[in-house]
Every structure is written in C-alpha cells, then in structure tokens.
Design a protein around this ligand. Sequence first.
Ligand code: MSP
Length: 530
Amino acid sequence: MPQPYYITTPIYYVNDRPHIGHGYTTLVADAAARFARLAHRDVWFLTGTDEHAEKVVESAATHGVTPIQWADRNAQAFQEAFKALGCSNDDFIRTTQERHKSKVERYVRRLLESGDVKLGDYEGWWDPSQEEYITEAVAKEHQFKSPVTGRDLVRRTEQNYFFDLPKYADRLRAHIQKHPGFILPEARRNEILGRLDSGLQRVPVSRAIKADDAASQWGIRMPGDPNHRIYVWIDALFNYMSAVDDRDEGGQKWKYWPATVHVMAKDIIWFHAVIWPAMLMALGEELPGCIYAHSFWIREGRKMSKSLGNFLDGPTIDAYCNAFSTDAWRWFMLTQGPLGATDADFVHTKFVEVYNADLANGIGNAASRVSNMIGKYFEGQCPDPGPHGELHAAATALNEQARAALDQFDIGGALQAGLQLTRKVDAYIHTTEPFKLAKDGANMPRVASILYDCAEALRIAAVLLSPAMPAKMADMLQRFGQAPPDAGGRAGLPLVELCAWGGLRAGTPIVKGESLFPRWDTANPPPQAV
Ligand code: MSP
C-alpha cells in the first residue's frame, strides 16, 4: 500500500474575505490531492480558517458584531469560495472549534512540562499588521516599517511564555541539509539555511491578557495561567496536527500524520519551515515531508494591497468563472500561477490568450475535430485501432513527463504534459489529413487507425488534465464513452493503468456535443463583478 497522502493549505485569517491568493493556494493543493487520489493514494486534504487574530476583534467591532459572529460569517465565505472553485477538501478546520482548542491546550501543556516553553521578558519591534515580532536587523532594514505591509512597527515590552527555538537550530539545519525536498522550491530552502546561520531567537507563544482590552482576551488560554492566551501563530500552526489527531478516539485519522506537504506562499515560510518543525521536535512528533512555499500573484504589474484596493476578489473571480467556466479559471491559475520562485502577474489579456490558445483552440478543438470525424466516417463508434499506434509513443513519453513533474510538485508541468498530448493530436491530424484520405473508401482502414489513435490520445490527455478541470474533463471523458473520476478525483483504476495505451475499446460510442470551450472574442470587455 502506498503511504497516505496528507496535504494542507495555510488556514486563512477570517478578518479578510477570500481573494485570488487564498483561492490559488487552495487550488494548488486541490490539484495535488486529485492527482494523488487518481494514483490511488489514501488522501486527506485540509484547509480552514485562522480565527484568533486580534484583527478579527477589531473588524468585528467596526461591523457591529461579536468576534465569533464575524468569524462565522467569513469562515463561511471561505468555505463557499472554495466550493465554488471546485475544491475537494476532506475537512475544513476552524481554530475556534472545540476539537482544535482542546488539543492546542494539550500540546502547549506538553511543551511546558518538557521545559521547551517558559515564562520570560521580551522587548522588541512588533508588527501590528502581521501580529509578529520583527528582529532588530529586519526592523532597521525596513526603516521600522512592516516588511510586508509598510505600516509602522511599534516598540513593545511584555512578559510572555517563550519557546526555546535556538535549542533546535542544529537539529533543524541537519534535517534540512539531509532532506533536499524538505523545503521547496530550492531558492526558499537556501534562504532558510542562510537565515538559520544568522542566529535564532526565542519565540513568544503567549500574549498577556489585559482586562480593558477585548482583543487581548480573544484566543485560547495558556494552560495553568489565566493571564495569558496562546499566541495566534502557535495556535494556528497546531491546526495541521489537531485536525487529524484522534489518538484518543481510536486513531482513524492519525494514519495521515505527518503531512506529506504543507503548501503556502513565501510570506509565511519561516513559521512553517523553522518554528513548526522545531515545535514538533520538542513534542517528539514526526516532521512533515515537504514545506512548499510558492510565490505571489500580482495584478496587472502591481502588488495587490488593501491601500491600492486592487485585490482580485471573490466577486471578480465569480465573474471570470461565469464567463469562461470555473475550469478555465482553474486552468489559468494552475498553469500560469506562481508555483515556482517567481511572482506571476494576473493580466486580463493574458487570461484570454491562454484560454483561447490552450482551451478553445487547443483541447476543445482537438476533441471536437476527432469526435466529429468519428461521427461522420464511423457512425459515432470508435473505430478499430489497426497496426499503426503512432501517438502511442508520444502518450507514453508525456505520461512519464507528467509523473516526473508531479514528483517535484510541479503541478503546472504535469498539466502541460496533458496539453502537449492534445497538441500532438492536432499536429497528427494536420500531417495525416484523415479528412482527405476519407474521400477514397480504400483508405478507410488507415483513417480508422488514425482516428483511433487520436481518440485514445485525447482520452489519456483528459485523464491527465482532470485534476485541473474536473468538470470539463468528466464531460469530455463521457463523450468518449468513459467513466470519469468522481467528484474528488478518484477513479476505478489507478493513474498508471488509466493512462496505459489501449484503454479505449473499438465500438465505444463517441459523441461530439456542444463546444467544451467556446472561443472568447477578444473584443469583449473583461468580466465585471456584479
Ligand atoms: N493565518 C495565517 C496562516 C496560518 S497557517 C498555520 C495567514 N493567513 S492569510 O490569510 O494571510 O493567508 C496567507 C496565505 O494566503 C499565503 O501564504 C498564501 O497561501 C495565500 N496568499 C495570500 N496572498 C497571496 C498572493 N498575492 N498570491 C499567492 N498567494 C497568496 O497568513
């Protein structure tokens, strides 16, 4: 049996509404989860919301509701947004849930008992917009402004509980060096190794509670000390463990632990690649397999920010999904997104270009040409393969390419392999010209073998593309008389067998149907949020 596959996204702050960035990370995890399910791995895909930030209390107050009402409202918005994008998460964790809170208390208690967490004094530069302390050096480098939002840093002194991070520096460095795939992409790994060399500080794991400050009371209490609550970042990181920690109840989900991959953007890699593994070491728990930190989406050449008001938000994403289809949005996100070490720019004209080239003129057109000719020359029944099998080698090579890409968590690369296969079909039709050959009845065996190869290559391509475009590829597979993977991406046969040449049987009914991806007229205005 292959190892279970446990994939997570960050849990998102509920003081904001979902935007392209949250959707992107969750889509990356969704496609990875679907590929893993297709490979018959036992998958657990977790996402959720981080609800104990001070900002939640402030946002709630400005909207005239209680913090939990505000959290409920926005957590629901995240759930709906991910559902609308077709995400197949198995669970959605909220840090205000009892199942999470009780476990966090327990984990922190264990750290207190082991002496890894202790009370101490702290003075430092606090970034209120990110709810984190910044080192003296970083504060200076950014002229005492937040490196993320540019807002003023404030000097803060407090008594806190601290986690002894420096104690784990050597073990961490050794682990990262020994496991080249532990932090990806490589550029991020090198950055973390560099930062580890410049020294580590203790990490605050609590905040003092002040009677006159409502925000300071929002959160999980520090075990054994009613004057402190657990720092939101520590509370949040534990979600990955609390969500599957049913060791007290029979351990059905604990088999997924530890995570195969934690996906996030580079903004929060330090917490995930340094603080989180060190805490797990202190607890004596296993470490995750991979911390994957992608880059950022920017928009029309500019960083998205609250002050510029240019976030690509939920209503705008809905407008794109309505105009082009949800799967077209997923395709653009997953093939053009910032999965590697560089940022990606969301430009409307590029979206249209990719849509028309890859989907309308690419996959959609290839499927319609092949099914149309099978309809015309073979009464809509898949013809006999014949001896040729000229696309067979291409399908095998591209399958290999997809698998190698997936080993590197290169989701876009795997999908490009599927797209390539549909391009090969187009090129093959172009060079063999079955529509000309069909004019002479004597050529029909040759036409049959050409069209069989095309249909079979398209069937395989549709399987490879289904993690990005589950609904459209299910439709396409159905037109080719095939059972599609289920809503979560599970299929009757494992991926290797599904993609083996020859799965399509002669005589299978093949129908053309409506255009899968109608061409987008570039004269149309960009879709607008309603
Ligand atoms: N609550 C913390 C995470 C705790 S995880 C234990 C947090 N939340 S967040 O709402 O700010 O989400 C940050 C994450 O959202 C990023 O790491 C990334 O996954 C996603 N993105 C936010 N903006 C993004 C872009 N502009 N581009 C791509 N992804 C982005 O941090």
